[in-house]
Design a protein around this ligand. Structure first.
Ligand SMILES: O=C(O)CCC(=O)C(=O)O
Ligand SMILES: [Fe+2]
Length: 229
């Protein structure tokens, strides 16, 4: 399931991130690529050990950790710190590739269940740079407003088309979910969204309150059954 989450970043946070990224020390993106994706990857990124990457990564993780739609859709157990990427016009793109199933980090491991791109450049400011994802319904091309993010199963082949004008800035990160199976996670997300809609209706119709309670109970019982914390 591919989920778009609009306006994750406030305009002011976006301005702050972009201003800090303009001063960053950008290095070759292949530094962290696996054997197969190194051949496909043509972009720049900030070294994960760079204090700036850590600081901005924490800002993004803090926002995600409080974002109801991200929490509902990803059911995150752990989120790998964002990698800041830059694609320049005329040279940069990322051919179709797979993300490694396991990422090593802080002496531990993270299983990549979900991949995400948080778009940081205004779509009007660059040409190309579409994120193409092989969804179960066929290829999807994603180019979102700055500050919005897309969440997709890490099992999908994906890439970024060449940038032909301007530059594309993005924060890319991976999530290990409490619910590993994409189909189960999708059922929980849809159920949770419906319960929340019903809860809004229940505010003006008392008779709905027991229904909301019963469905909320079902939601949590499914989480108990499917989550592996
Ligand atoms: O820049 C993007 O949107 C995706 C990057 C990507 O696929 C990766 O770093 O593995
Ligand atoms: Fe990738």
């Amino acid at each position: 399931m591919l989920i778009e989450i609009p306006a994750v970043l406030e305009p002011e946070t976006l301005r702050h991130l972009r201003a800090r990224l303009a001063e960053a020390a950008w290095g070759d993106g292949t530094a962290t690529a696996g054997h197969q994706s190194a051949k496909a990857k043509h972009n720049l990124q900030i070294d994960a050990r760079d204090p700036l990457a850590k600081e901005l990564g924490e800002t993004v993780l803090g926002i995600l950790g409080r974002h109801p739609l991200f929490l509902s859709a990803a059911l995150p157990q752990r989120v790998f710190p964002p990698l800041f990427a830059r694609y320049r016009a005329g040279t940069d793109w990322f051919g179709d590739h797979v993300d490694n199933a396991i990422r090593y980090w802080q002496g531990g491991t993270l299983r990549t269940d979900l991949s995400s791109t948080l778009f940081l450049s205004d779509p009007e400011s660059y040409d190309g740079g579409e994120l193409t994802i092989q969804d179960s319904f066929g290829p999807r091309s994603v180019k979102l407003p700055a500050g919005s993010l897309v969440l997709y199963p890490s099992s999908s082949l994906h890439g970024v088309t060449p940038v032909s004008r301007g530059e594309r800035l993005a924060a890319v990160f991976w999530t290990q979910s409490l619910v590993r199976d994409d189909g189960q996670r999708r059922i929980l997300f849809e159920l949770d969204q419906e319960i929340q809609a019903l809860q809004r209706d229940a505010a003006s119709q008392d008779a709905l309150a027991p229904r909301v309670l019963a469905l909320t109970n079902i939601y949590h019982n499914l989480v108990r059954r499917w989550a592996t914390p």
